[in-house]
Ligand binder design. Structure first.
Ligand code: ARG
Length: 465
């Protein structure tokens, strides 16, 4: 009695080399609870179709439950003769309930529809876990944003091309990392709804089943909302795996962008933020070091998540219908993506939650690097100066400042007037980071009133999940 689900037509057993290549229990064993749930639903379907007596049905369910308990206790193991999780569990079931009863379970199903179905259930479970973790990260970003909006809102240098561009609120900047993550959550939920409607059970090897089983009933029992319309598609499609891997990769990419900023912010040169001791690491030789390892691992793991996606797509490209053994290669990359995110996100969230920003330094740097030049130009526009002219005049102010080694707000009224009579002392109203930020009060802008509104908007979206 071995964990092979085939053999009748073969004169000899498989070579050890083939067995070694073919074996997948070292990675698919974790699907055991899902395979057992599928088998339970299948036993019920066989029973409903009149293919199992009451006694055999009850005995099969008892056997499956017994295996589930042993798995939960950590005492159920595949052995070297088992090809995959399905074969191993059939072998173990036969040991549990005997070959006469155990040998009835496989009727009407194939590992091809089995794996496609239970892989979906597995990913849907982990989808919920990862969505929860991404929402936790969104929550701490919103909490930091809220802290830095209270009282005097924290201003910081907003950058494009990594150069000082215009002052923005720190809260606004942090929220700009929250929205993409919220879109990733929506991507996961869209994916989930699509996958939920498409249980491959009943597709058989590729052509469907002839035993009068009830795929819709089974799909409901496994938490799906519908079953595959096409048995070939049901067994051969893996776009659900690639799409899941994409959303994981996108989360990784989104997190890596914040990670890179945290790494920069915590340098001596930037000095924007300090990492909490419990969320940073030291050096084995340099006693003074405090390193942003969590952020660096996040940045590094984004590459790994992207690699998992591209490897998967390469495997799927040009595969003919229907099932091909290549498809077994779909599991390790996406298991890795799930494991990577599930260990990364809690650490990353803790790091973000405990980041301490240097409000004074951020405020001091915000207006530097002539980041108020746009405000001068737009102030001139409000005085009815054409923008082309205003842009030139503000540029001339910057040039003058560079010559004198001053920032824009340090020019005197006379120096402004010498550049253009249009530059009356009223221009000073916009020559502070706070004034600049407050003036950008259109929807989506960085003015405190808008950012407060934005936080409420984000809160409402989060609450709807
Ligand atoms: N373990 C396989 C997979 O992950 C399912 C087995 C299908 N094997 C077969 N020879 N049709 O895709």
């Amino acid at each position: 009695n071995t964990g092979k689900l085939w053999g009748g037509r073969f004169a000899g057993g498989p070579s050890p080399e083939l067995e070694a290549l073919s074996r997948s229990t070292h990675f698919d064993w974790r699907l055991t609870p899902y395979d057992l749930a599928g088998s339970r639903a299948h036993a019920n379907a066989l029973h409903r179709a009149g293919l199992l007596t009451e006694a055999d049905h009850a005995e099969l369910l008892r056997g499956l439950d017994a295996l589930g308990e042993r798995y939960a206790a950590g005492t159920l193991r595949p052995d070297d003769s088992d090809e995959d999780v399905h074969g191993a569990l059939e072998r173990l079931l036969l040991e549990e309930v005997g070959p006469d009863v155990g040998g009835r379970l496989r009727a009407g199903r194939s590992r091809n529809d089995q794996i496609a179905t239970l892989f979906k259930v597995f990913l849907r479970d982990h989808c919920r876990v990862v969505v929860g973790q991404v929402l936790d990260l969104v929550d701490v970003l919103a909490a930091q944003a809220s802290d830095h909006l209270a009282g005097t809102p924290t201003v910081m240098p907003g950058r494009t091309h990594l150069q000082h561009a215009q002052p923005v609120l720190l809260a606004h900047h942090l929220m700009a990392h929250a929205w993409p993550l919220l879109r990733d959550v929506d991507r996961f939920l869209d994916w989930d709804a699509r996958v939920a409607a498409d249980s491959p059970y009943g597709s058989g090897a590729l052509a469907g089943q002839s035993l009068g089983l009830d795929p819709v009933g089974v799909s409901a029992e496994l938490g799906f909302t519908g079953s595959s319309a096409n048995s070939i598609d049901g067994t051969a499609a893996r776009d659900f795996v690639a799409e899941f891997a994409f959303v994981c990769a996108q989360v990784g990419v989104d997190v890596s962008r914040l990670a890179e900023e945290v790494i920069l912010w915590s340098t001596r040169e930037f000095g924007f933020a300090t990492l909490h001791d419990s969320w940073s690491t030291g050096s084995s030789i340099m006693p003074q070091k405090k390193n942003p390892d969590i952020a660096e691992l996040a940045r590094g793991k984004a590459g790994r998540l992207v690699g998992n996606l591209s490897g998967l797509l390469a495997t799927l490209k040009a595969l003919p219908l229907a099932y091909n053994r290549d498809l077994q290669e779909d599991k390790e990359p996406v298991f890795d993506s799930v494991d990577t995110l599930e260990v990364l996100l809690p650490a990353f969230t803790g790091m973000v939650a405990t980041l301490v920003f240097d409000r004074e330094r951020l405020a001091e740097l915000a207006p530097q690097g002539f980041s108020l030049a746009t405000d001068v130009a737009e102030w001139l526009v409000r005085q009815n100066v054409p923008f082309r002219v205003a842009h030139e005049l503000a540029g001339a102010c910057v040039r003058r400042c560079e010559e004198l080694g001053l920032e824009l707000h340090e020019l005197t009224d006379e120096q402004f007037a010498a550049i253009s009579p249009a530059l009356t002392p009223g221009v000073r109203d916009v020559l502070s980071a706070e004034g600049s930020v407050a003036s950008r009060d259109g929807r989506g802008g960085t003015a405190p009133v808008r950012v407060r509104e934005q936080l409420d908007e984000l809160g409402a979206v989060v609450a709807a999940h």
